[in-house]
Design a protein around this ligand. Sequence first.
Ligand code: IPE
Length: 258
Amino acid sequence: MIVLKLGGSVICDKSRPFAIRYTVLNRIAMEVARFLQEEKKAKLIIIHGGGSFGHYVVYEYFKNKGVLDIDALVTIEYSMLELSVTIASHMIAAGVPVSLITPHGIAGFNLDNSLRIYTEWIERLLEIGTIPLLYGDAVISRNGAIKILSGDVLAWELAHKLQADKLLFATSVDGVYTSNPERPGAELLSVVRLSEINKFSYDKSSKFDVTGGMFVKLKEGIGRIRPGMKVYIFNGLRNNEVYKALKDKPSKGTVIIP
Ligand code: IPE
């Protein structure tokens, strides 16, 4: 089973609120469709990030109110659902039979901050041949606190719990760099050992990013990666790269190991 996370900065222009990159979305939907035509038995879960929808709304609430209240919760949920419906419609039009699942209805946080997801119906949907589509969302914890569940955490947790063979992170950069890739001197790493990630320093990917960018993407893998799980971080803005990663042959990128 494969978990594919489409980073919010791949499907959206994160520098502008509510800006979807339709051309990229169309192309990726076609690349996934091509892969599924070739690998008819493949089991795939797609997760996407908040991009300039979720991140922007959370940022605005924090800026104006300092906290996430009920109004924030439902607005974040709604804006993420809007983004996800657009992604679903492009996927379905390309022939990718996605089954859209709202994460806040099946996931939340325990009091110790661990994530709890009800996966039974995701597994049944996979078995009958649909592609479950989920996303980073606003969810609640057992004491009613409102929290952001990033698509990266969701992707790691599902890959871990459902024992995925492959976890693919399509991002807007070529992989993991020694520091922020916009800075001179940053070097692309072909392999990253999760036990060594504290060596790197990263900035947030944009001023709207509320879930921590690349560092969190890596950190959340600790305790969730297992030997034999292939984990790639690659550039989903490059043509055919999603297809190649699904086929196990990304042309460039970073392999993550325990
Ligand atoms: C963020 O999910 C979800 C919300 C802000 C509601 P991610 O953290 O996975 O989003 P991207 O991929 O960085 O945009």
